[in-house]
Design a protein around this ligand. Structure first.
Ligand code: UDP
Length: 574
């Protein structure tokens, strides 16, 4: 069946259910943004020009909100607990509904069993018949629950699953055997999915798919009125929980510097008394409903982060309402190797500031990332912010239309059930080649057509998405990942295209000197060592990794172009 856009959200609101603060929060959000979604649906409908869209049967199982997972989030909705996940789930549900898919929503193991047709309460009784859904969106808690209640059949059906995973999962952590053998095992990873089945909150490593969420959009009249009513010396502090304020203590703290110039506002949750962490000069509004926070942000000039929470939605909302976001730079970067918060998360990603997306994708004048330990640098940043005029700004990928466009493209094009293309290059043999030291040849090849690398001669090229026309082959520096290598040339690493560069022809085209070409299981492959003249190709497709890097190796990287403001999609991707 053909999917038709929906602009009426009342059925969705009924489906979400009631009885918990988390659900009420999500429903308030869905209602508040309803008009914005409807406008976006009409725009995307026109843009796609009657293109056929399959209507999919979709199950959304929100694992972290089930009682069975302990649901620690719901009781904290009104007490300063994390809301980012609920923001994202509300938006995912809305996007799937608006795109016109056939949606079922489950928030308990019982509902999950009902929808899957598994007899309730029977431990790991496997699902015997076919899976009654084309797609299942869930999270790590939901995966665990499905494993428990679908037993063995999960393995058979896992290509239909999408895991909403805020901070991302890198391939090395996802591959059970490899993770176990090489020290990448965590409490979360090791599901042996295609890493693109993990969907993140921000575009972190492109090994995962970027799902995102939306922020409030303003029309021209609202933008103008915001700019007229900005209060130049008004700052709002990012942090709705008192513990987040601990970081600023110390007599010469940056908050004191800020207070020299600006009136400081906060939205910190409190029960009866001002939390002791919040200094007396701060005007604390208490935790605000989302729409009231927006009103506050419309007046404020500065939204300032203390370093926690990491990578939340609030900075985008602030920037969309015309604030400048000031945040601390992390020296050294925070990661699962050196920071408690990230410890045990299935990624080695280095977080360079409180909000790397804001730092790298938005930047000045909307975002300033400075060293908070350097009071001079901090002081001059505040003065600069008070002088600078900025317009409200929201990247296209965080608008409703941008999210609908992206989710539409994933649903229609990402297929992890289709057979993977062959990946072991034919005629793999040891090569003895003379001459040459360091490679000097062209390290950048634009592949104009699918035969450019010669795989058509020994491998049948499968239909690719993103299309091959977007592929650029690039070589990283030693120690550099493909994420960085592609990014520094204005491209993005595209894991779906690794298949096409994992062959001797690619090495030959790059004029790499290989005494040996081996095929191995290692997440930095394909790659080569210049010094040892050793080249390696990847033997395990689940380990194709944009994120991988190693000090002595240069990597072969499949990069692709991307749309301005929609990094998940290449030019010909729609
Ligand atoms: N928020 C809110 N009231 C407040 C402060 C924040 O409703 O007083 C909302 C805000 O609009 C944002 C959400 O909380 O959409 C998540 O905010 P944050 O960036 O702090 O991320 P979290 O750590 O909660 O995931």
């Amino acid at each position: 069946r053909q999917a038709a856009f929906r602009t009426d959200l009342s059925v969705l609101l009924d489906q979400v259910g009631a009885g918990k603060e988390s659900l009420s929060f999500m429903k308030r959000r869905i209602r508040r943004l309803a008009q914005q979604w409807a406008t976006a649906a009409n725009r995307l409908d026109a843009k796609l020009e009657q293109r056929w869209r399959d209507q999919k049967k979709i199950l959304v199982h929100v694992g972290f909100l089930t009682e069975e997972s302990g649901d620690v989030f719901s009781p904290k909705v009104l007490k300063g607990g994390p809301l980012g996940e609920m923001v994202q789930w509300a938006d995912i549900l809305t996007a799937l509904h608006v795109l016109g898919h056939n949606l079922k929503i489950s928030m308990s193991v019982k509902e999950l069993q009902g929808f899957l047709g598994v007899p309730p309460g029977r431990g790991s009784c496997p699902l015997t018949g076919p899976l009654p859904f084309d797609l299942i969106y869930t999270d790590y808690h939901g995966m665990q629950q499905m494993k428990q209640h679908m037993g063995l059949s999960l393995r058979k059906h896992k290509c239909h699953i999408r895991v909403i995973d805020t901070f991302g999962t890198e391939p090395a952590y996802n591959h059970e055997e490899y993770a176990t053998l090489h020290g990448y095992r965590t409490n979360w990873g090791y599901w042996n999915l295609n890493a693109r089945q993990y969907m993140t909150m921000f575009p972190h490593t492109p090994d995962n798919s970027f799902m995102g969420f939306v922020s409030e959009e303003l029309n021209e009249t609202e933008k103008r009125s915001i700019q007229q009513n900005k209060v130049n010396n008004m700052a709002v502090v990012y942090g709705k929980e008192a513990s987040m304020w601990k970081l600023q203590q110390g007599k010469d703290g940056f908050l004191q510097i800020l207070h020299k110039y600006m009136e400081v506002h906060g939205t910190v949750y409190y029960e009866t008394q001002r939390p002791p962490e919040v200094p007396a000069f701060v005007k604390n509004h208490g935790l605000l409903p989302q729409h009231e926070l927006q009103q506050l942000l419309r007046k404020a000039k500065l939204f300032i982060g203390f370093g926690f929470p990491y990578e939340g939605p609030a900075p985008l909302e602030a920037i969309a309402n015309g604030c400048i976001f000031l945040q601390p730079k992390f020296h050294p970067p925070h990661s699962s190797l050196n920071h408690e918060f990230f410890r045990g998360k299935p990624t080695s990603r280095e977080v360079s500031s409180q909000h790397p997306y804001a730092e790298q994708y938005i930047g000045r004048p909307h975002v300033m990332t400075v060293d908070y330990n350097n009071s001079q640098e901090f002081d001059s940043a505040i003065r600069e912010i008070m002088r600078t005029k900025v317009e409200p700004y929201l990247p296209y990928e965080y608008t409703c239309e941008g999210m609908l466009e992206r989710v539409h493209a994933y649903i229609q094009h990402q297929d992890f059930c289709a057979l993977e293309p062959p990946f072991i290059p034919a005629n793999l043999s040891r090569q003895g080649s003379a001459g040459g030291g360091r490679i000097t040849g062209p390290l950048f090849v634009h592949l104009r057509n699918s035969t450019a690398l010669g795989w058509a001669s020994n491998v049948t090229a499968p239909p690719a998405w993103p299309p091959l026309s977007s592929l650029r082959l690039l070589v990283s520096q030693e120690g550099q990942s493909c994420v960085e290598a592609c990014y520094s040339d204005g491209f993005i690493c595209e894991p779906a295209l690794f298949h096409f560069i994992n062959n001797k022809e690619a090495l030959r085209r790059l004029e790499v000197q290989c005494d040996v070409v081996d095929s191995e299981i290692n997440h930095i492959l394909p790659a080569f060592s210049v010094l040892r003249r050793e080249c390696g190709l990847q033997r395990e497709p689940l380990l194709f990794s944009c994120a991988g890097h190693s000090p002595k190796y240069r990597r072969l990287c499949p990069c692709r172009d991307f749309r301005r403001g929609q990094v998940a999609l290449c030019r010909d991707c729609l």
